[in-house]
Ligand binder design. Structure first.
Ligand code: AMP
Length: 229
C-alpha cells in the first residue's frame, strides 16, 4: 500500500477549518495540497480567461460549471509533483465532478483512498465565516472573535494588511453554505456508498482535528512512503 499514490479528499462545509487542516495534512503526508478554490483565485488574480469566467460565480458564492472545474483539477493532478498522490480540498463538490474524478483516476490506475468529512454545525459555521480575516501578504488566517490579531487589521506574522474575503461576507457566506448543502451533500453519500467516508468532529481544537484526520488516513491507506518521519 505504502508505494501506491495516496488520494485523499478532504471534505467539509465552508468554515469547517478545512483549508488549515488540508495544508497540515498534505505536508505530513508529503503530497501536494490541491485546493480548487486557491487555483481559481490564482486565475482571477492573474486575470486569465479561466479567471474571468470563474469570477462572477465566485463573487455570488455559486459553483463554477463542472466542465471547466474538472478540466482544471485533472490538469493539476497530471503535474509531476502529484506522482505520489495529492490531497484534494474543495473538489469534488458535485456528483458529476466525483464521477469524472473516479474515471480519470482509473485511467492512471489510481483510486480515491479516503474521504474524511469534517463535521461542524451550521450556526458555528456562519459565526466562523463572518469573522474570518486573512493576511494579504502571507495568507495567515485570523478571527475577530476566536483568534484576533494583536493589532486590529495587521498580521502578527508579517505585519501585512488583513482583509475579509468577498465571499466570507455574511450574505455570500450564507449562500455558500446553502450551495454546499444542496450540491455537495450528495457527494458525501456517493463516497459513503463506496465505504470511503469517515466523519471527523470539527468542533474539537485544531490539533485534535489534525490527529483524528491523521489516524483515519493511516488506518485507511497505511503510512504513506512520502510521509514525514
Ligand atoms: P473555496 O475557497 O473552496 O470556498 O472556493 C471558492 C469558490 O471557488 C467557490 O465558492 C466556487 O465559486 C469556486 N469553486 C472552488 N472549487 C469548486 C468546485 N469544485 N466546483 C465548482 N466551483 C468551485
Amino acid at each position: 500500500m505504502a508505494s501506491s499514490p495516496v488520494i485523499v479528499i478532504l471534505m467539509g462545509p465552508p468554515g469547517a477549518g478545512k483549508g488549515t487542516q488540508a495544508k497540515r495534512l498534505a505536508e505530513r503526508l508529503g503530497v501536494p495540497h490541491v485546493a480548487s478554490g486557491d487555483i481559481f483565485r490564482w486565475h482571477v488574480r492573474q486575470d486569465t480567461e479561466l479567471g474571468r469566467l470563474a469570477k462572477p460565480y465566485m463573487d455570488r458564492g455559486d459553483l463554477v460549471p463542472d466542465d471547466v472545474t474538472i478540466a482544471m483539477v485533472i490538469d493539476r493532478l497530471r503535474q509531476p509533483d502529484c506522482a505520489h498522490g495529492a490531497l484534494l480540498d474543495g473538489f469534488p463538490r458535485t456528483v458529476p465532478q466525483a464521477q469524472a474524478l473516479d474515471e480519470r483516476l482509473a485511467e492512471f490506475g489510481w483510486c480515491v483512498g479516503l474521504v474524511p468529512f469534517i463535521r461542524v454545525n451550521e450556526e458555528v459555521l456562519i459565526r466562523r465565516l463572518a469573522g474570518r480575516w486573512i493576511c494579504r501578504k502571507c495568507g495567515a488566517v485570523y478571527h475577530s472573535e476566536f483568534r484576533p490579531p494583536s493589532r486590529p487589521g495587521v498580521c502578527d506574522v508579517c505585519g501585512g494588511p488583513l482583509y475579509q474575503r468577498e465571499d466570507d461576507k455574511p450574505e455570500t457566506a450564507k449562500r455558500r453554505l446553502q450551495v454546499y448543502f444542496e450540491r455537495t451533500l450528495p457527494v458525501l453519500v456517493y463516497y459513503e456508498r463506496q465505504g470511503l467516508l469517515v466523519e471527523i468532529d470539527g468542533e474539537q481544537d485544531i490539533d485534535e482535528v489534525h490527529q483524528a484526520l491523521w489516524r483515519a488516513v493511516v488506518m485507511a491507506v497505511g503510512t504513506p512512503a512520502t510521509a514525514e518521519a
